[in-house]
Design a protein. Structure first.
Length: 112
């Protein structure tokens, strides 16, 4: 009899192909561009150009579109740590899964 894998995710995932600014380490200073594979209220999976160790701190800033927020676009700055790294991304990129431990909504930049 085949085993049935159980869904461990407690939050809905959104498959988004959005750019995200990433910072590695404890200080929050985004210095790397990446692309999101999917995001939920508790975690994110994104594609990085180079590997990162599981357990490493990771920060990122993204803009959630109106389709997700059901209002206007919202910029969010998040901090967490890497829980899984796979070499399965497009064009040799690393698929990096991270848990979100804290987040802060950011004001939109002034258009003028």
């Amino acid at each position: 009899m085949a085993e049935v894998s159980q869904e461990k995710r407690a939050a809905r995932r959104f498959a988004l192909r959005l750019p995200v600014s990433v910072s590695r380490g404890e200080t929050f200073s985004p210095n790397e561009s990446a692309q999101i594979r999917d995001v939920s209220a508790r975690g994110i999976c994104l594609y990085l150009d180079s590997s990162i160790e599981s357990g490493s701190p990771l920060g990122f800033t993204l803009t959630l579109p109106p389709e997700i927020t059901l209002t206007e676009s919202i910029r969010v700055q998040c901090k967490g740590h890497v829980v899984r790294v796979e070499q399965s991304g497009p064009e040799g990129k690393m698929a990096v899964a991270a848990v979100i431990e804290e987040y802060e909504f950011l004001p939109e930049p002034d258009p003028g």
